[in-house]
Design a protein around this ligand. Structure first.
Ligand code: MN
Length: 252
């Protein structure tokens, strides 16, 4: 059993170090992760410059690139063996609702979807004010991988896991959930560079808008580990028949 571990916070982040240690009790773990914080990188690939891989210590590699670069490299030729699954995290911050569109943590997991086992993206719901129970996230990852080995789920499934930022003993359990929605983001922040030119900072994500029962937001707020099954198919299937009719009007 070989597990590839990646993240978007960089290979030195506490979350990935604890995750690696926790999973090493179950499998052979290889880390391939960005050289620095690449949060918000989504599923981007670096195509304009070559990628270089550096070994920080045996079994830990870092890449000046995106999370998707890291996993793509790792499962497409960097090694002379195949991995069985990808586990991404433990991210410093939640990936709830619309966050999954921007998340490098989720992207790293998505990039591993063609391997034999479902992939996991694990995020700890820290608030940015310092202090994270990353060990809780790491143990949640270990328990989910152990459960997958005992009771396999379908391959190419992507599990988006959000963990309340509490000591492990205070978790109330595991719950399946759906993605909620956020309100529109806060406006960009305008500032000036030293030469008086305008610069802009992307503002924080918006507050939750749809966070009712069954959503990932609500599940975490009630103290449970939220596990959301994701798929890559973004097709809005319910609209297909109406769209076909609408397009027929253009064929007349
Ligand atoms: Mn991150």
């Amino acid at each position: 059993m070989k597990i590839l571990v990646s993240n978007d916070d960089g290979y030195r982040a506490e979350g990935i170090r604890r995750l690696r240690a926790a999973l090493a009790t179950l499998a052979d773990v290889t880390v391939v992760a960005p050289d620095r914080n690449k949060s918000g990188a989504s599923n981007s690939l670096t195509l304009d410059v070559p990628l270089r891989v550096f070994e920080a210590e045996p079994g830990v590699y870092f890449v000046p690139g995106t999370p998707t670069d890291c996993v793509h490299l790792a499962i497409s030729g960097l090694f002379d063996f195949e991995h069985d699954m990808v586990v991404s995290g433990v991210n410093d911050g939640p990936n709830l609702g619309d966050d999954v569109l921007y998340s490098g943590t989720v992207a790293a997991a998505i990039e591993g979807r063609f391997l034999g086992l479902p992939t996991l993206a694990i995020s700890l719901c820290t608030t940015g004010t310092g202090g994270g129970h990353f060990e809780t996230g790491a143990q949640v990852g270990r328990l989910l991988v152990a459960q997958l080995l005992q009771r396999p789920l379908e391959p190419s499934l992507i599990l988006n896991v959000n963990v309340p930022n509490v000591p492990f003993a205070e978790l109330r359990g595991f719950r399946a959930s759906r993605l909620g929605y956020r309100h529109r983001s806060e406006p960009v922040m305008r500032a000036q560079d030293p030469r008086g030119r305008p610069v802009y900072w992307v503002g924080p994500a918006g507050p939750e808008q749809e966070a009712g029962p069954g959503t990932d937001f609500d599940t975490v707020a009630r103290g449970y580990v939220s596990v959301t099954p994701l798929q890559v198919d973004l097709t809005r299937h319910a609209v297909l028949p109406a769209l076909a009719t609408w397009l027929d009007g253009m064929n007349a």
